[in-house]
Design a protein around this ligand. Structure first.
Ligand SMILES: C[S@@+](CC[C@H](N)C(=O)[O-])C[C@H]1O[C@@H](n2cnc3c(N)ncnc32)[C@H](O)[C@@H]1O
Length: 256
């Protein structure tokens, strides 16, 4: 994928940081930003170990991605948007509905989807993808600090009994827990298949425009007809994609 060079980033003039910034852009589509610059400065001890060619499976680049990606997330983040999803998920007859959290971070979004589907009586398989190994380890552990702030503050009241509280943790109790997989959204794993709904919320804001376009095109192609794509509040698909905005709910598009 052609990605603009980021030769002037970070502006510190530090050659190893500059090479790291260029590698992160080419590899994962990460855009130069003040946040990335600060994180690169903190990750300076990792830079001498970077392999020559950026690759998510190389230990040096994997550790750098773990250190610089922004993983902020919450259970039932933007709950009204999630709740709107319940009527917008086509499946294939005789098969569980497939739901994707693309850029799942520590998994709260995927666990929320699993509980949402169960609460609506829908048999669903939820998959979370992310490039950050430590976030995925937290996702698979399936327990979150109870707070403060209260980890359940955005969870709709009828679904709160689905969480156990134990020793300062909340544990989502989904009968069918989500699966999690390390993947680069710019180079999705072969055989990923199609989904009734895809959430890619608060991911594209950290990426270069070319990377956003590539990912959105790929995700739109993975939706079943009528399936829903949910994006963050400031993220929009291009007009050339086979998607139309869902009336009455912000950040939801349906596959034509
Ligand atoms: C801010 S979190 C969003 C979490 C969740 N979707 C939400 O809205 O709460 C962004 C996540 O995107 C992941 N990410 C960024 N670029 C990625 C890429 N190229 N491939 C896979 N994951 C990526 C980061 O590792 C991070 O965990």
């Amino acid at each position: 994928m052609p990605v603009p060079r980021t030769a002037a980033f970070p502006p510190s003039g530090d050659a190893s940081a500059s090479r790291a910034g260029e590698g992160l852009a080419a590899l994962a589509g990460l855009a130069p930003s003040a946040v990335l610059q600060r994180r690169l400065e903190r990750a300076a001890p990792l830079l001498p170990a970077l392999e020559t060619r950026p690759d998510i499976d190389c230990p040096g680049w994997a550790a750098l991605l773990d250190a610089v990606t922004v993983g902020e997330t919450r259970l039932f983040r933007a709950a009204p948007q999630l709740l709107a999803l319940r009527g917008l998920m086509p499946g294939l007859p005789g098969r569980p509905l497939r739901l994707l959290s693309a850029g799942c971070s520590s998994g709260e979004e995927a666990w929320s989807l699993a509980l949402l589907a169960e609460g609506a009586g829908i048999e669903a398989e939820v998959l979370g993808l992310d490039i950050n190994r430590s976030a995925l380890a937290a996702a698979a552990a399936g327990r979150y600090p109870a707070g403060p702030p209260d980890a359940l503050r955005e969870v709709p009241a009828p679904l709160r009994p689905r969480f156990q509280l134990a020793d300062g943790w909340v544990l989502p109790g989904a009968a069918r827990p989500p699966a999690f997989l390390r993947a680069n959204l710019l180079a999705p794993p072969p055989g990923l298949g199609r989904f009734g709904a895809i959430l890619c919320r608060n991911v594209l804001i950290y990426l270069l425009p070319t990377a956003r376009d590539t990912i959105l095109r790929d995700l739109a192609g993975r939706l079943l007809p009528g399936g829903a794509l949910l994006l963050g509040p400031t993220e929009f698909p291009g007009p050339d994609l086979p998607l139309r905005p869902e009336p009455g709910v912000h950040g939801v598009w349906r596959r034509l």
